[in-house]
Each structure stands twice: as C-alpha cells, then as structure tokens.
Design a protein around this ligand. Structure first.
Ligand SMILES: Nc1ncnc2c1ncn2[C@@H]1O[C@H](COP(=O)(O)OP(=O)(O)OP(=O)(O)O)[C@@H](O)[C@H]1O
Length: 268
C-alpha cells in the first residue's frame, strides 16, 4: 500500500502535450536502472498513456487481492497502475471533477504497492482536482515540472510551480523538453520552441533545471512502440540525459534514501 512507498514524486506540467508522460516513463526507467525500486501511477485519467509507452497491451487487467485491492502490473521492471487498465479504449472519459478525483484516490490508495523507493505519478496537465486531491491525501516528496521552452508553455509551467508551492509540495526542479531539434538528415540543430526557457523559470522560482532533452524522432518512435529510449538504447544519448536528470532529482531530494548495497560475506 502507499505506506510502503518511500518517495511519492509528482510529474506535472501546466500545458498538455509537452512530453510529461514521456519524461515520467523514461525517468522512472532511468531510476530503476540505478537499482531503485520504482512504480508509476498514471493519474492522467482523461488521457492515460503510460500503458502504451510501457508496452502494456490493451487487454491487460490488474489482478485483485482479497477482492478489494489491485495488484500493480509489471512493465520493464516497473510496478504500474493506470486508469487505462480499468476501462476499455472506447470508454469515453466524460467525468465530472469529483468523480475524477474519486477514481484517482481509489487507484492510488487501493493499489497494493510493494516496497518502493519511488512512485512517480504522471499527473494530468493543469492545476485541477487531481492536484488538489493529491496534496490533501498523500505526503508528496516533491514535484518535477516538465515544460517546453516557448513562452506559452512557460507561463503554464509557472502556474504549476506556484500551485505546488501553495499546497506545500517542494518543487524539485524543471525538465525542459524539446529544447533543440537536430535534423536526422543534415545534423543541423535549431531551437524550434525557443531557447533558455527552462533555465529562466528555474531561476525565477529558485529551483533547479534538472535537465534539457532534445526534440528527437526516436524519442517519439520508441515511446509510441512501448519501449522508451532508456530501454531501447540504454547507452544512447537520450538514456544519458535521463540518467543525469535522475541524479539531479535525487540530489534535490533531501535525505533521499539510497538503496542499500547488497552485502556479501566471504570466508576470509
Ligand atoms: N523530446 C521529444 N522528442 C520527440 N517527441 C517527443 C518528445 N517528448 C515527447 N514527444 C512526443 O510528443 C507527444 C506528446 O508527449 P506526451 O504524451 O509525453 O506529452 P504529455 O505532456 O504527457 O501530454 P498530455 O498532456 O496529453 O498527457 C508524444 O507523441 C511523444 O512521443
């Protein structure tokens, strides 16, 4: 249950479509590759995408324990739970606010989470009911804000930072996604969505810039095929970015619990 989770981390964005789910999946996998026990909860109830990104097929349903709790679904070594496991692709999500936060609360608290170092919550975009429910019901260790560098996204990201501050959830830092695009034909790089936005917001709000990710075709292709870049190319540049982001996030998490090294005894 939630008591067995050491750190709940909310991954949020002000604006939709900035790559929050992509960052959540890859960051969780990067953390898992470092030896931490990691879970992912897809709280983006209107548009859950973690199942797709983590390669969980449509017909997978979580098993029940004692008829009251869900057992998380394992994917690439992560323990995952998502609204997508409980509804069919064709079920329209036309719920009102209270129903949405009720459903969120239920999958959060009625999932039999194993001992986890981190539970990453892929939040819906914006500053709505789910964000409020989360802050009221759970002790959240920190929030990671994902943004793209252009002004319109930054404006929304700022609202996100302010909201977390208001509800006393520490903002661990900002991930700037789609920073530079490198042409796969000629290698030329250009800042499609502008430059330096993540850095500006981090300074303005006295928080860290956890990392910058390029806009790259393979990031989308790999995520969409259910094998995020960190797994698809563990030694590639994208995996390297996420490994650094995971380290930076841990640095920001005061008193982060490190996984105890395995101690083996020898006879001599
Ligand atoms: N750095 C990147 N390079 C290329 N494509 C990317 C990158 N980051 C995300 N994408 C793609 O952009 C699309 C939107 O990303 P994603 O679903 O992660 O965004 P989101 O912020 O979670 O969206 P939503 O608000 O709908 O939940 C996806 O198709 C994803 O594969």
């Amino acid at each position: 249950m939630l008591e067995s989770v050491k750190h709940v981390i909310a991954v949020a964005s002000g604006k939709g479509g900035v790559g929050k789910s992509t960052v959540t999946a890859n960051l969780a996998l990067a953390m898992s590759q470092k030896g931490f026990k990691v879970g992912v909860l897809d709280a983006d109830i209107y548009g859950p995408s973690q199942a797709l990104m983590l390669g969980v097929s449509d017909d997978v349903r979580p098993q029940m324990k004692d008829g009251t709790t869900f057992l998380p679904v394992e994917a690439h070594g992560l323990h995952t739970m998502s609204m997508a496991y409980l509804v069919t692709e064709k079920t329209p999500m036309v719920w009102r606010g209270p129903m949405v936060s009720g459903a969120f609360q239920q999958i959060l608290t009625q999932t039999d989470w194993p001992d986890l170092d981190y539970l990453f919550i892929d939040m819906p975009p914006g500053t709505g009911d789910i964000q409020l429910t989360l802050s009221q019901k759970v002790k959240v260790a920190g929030a990671v804000i994902v943004t793209t560098p252009q002004d319109i996204a930054l404006l929304d990201a700022k609202k996100g930072v302010e909201m977390f501050r208001k509800v006393k959830i520490p903002v661990l830092g900002v991930v700037e996604n789609m920073s530079l695009h490198t042409c796969s034909n000629c290698g030329h790089s250009e800042p499609v969505f502008g430059e330096g936005g993540g850095d500006r917001i981090a300074r303005e709000y006295d928080t860290a810039l956890l990392g910058q990710l390029p806009l790259a075709l393979k990031v989308r292709e790999q995520a969409d095929s259910g094998v995020p870049s960190v797994i698809a190319e563990p030694d590639g540049d994208i995996a390297g970015f996420f490994s650094q982001i995971a380290d930076n996030m841990n640095e920001q998490l005061e008193g982060a619990v490190q996984v105890a090294p395995t101690i083996s005894f020898s006879d001599d």
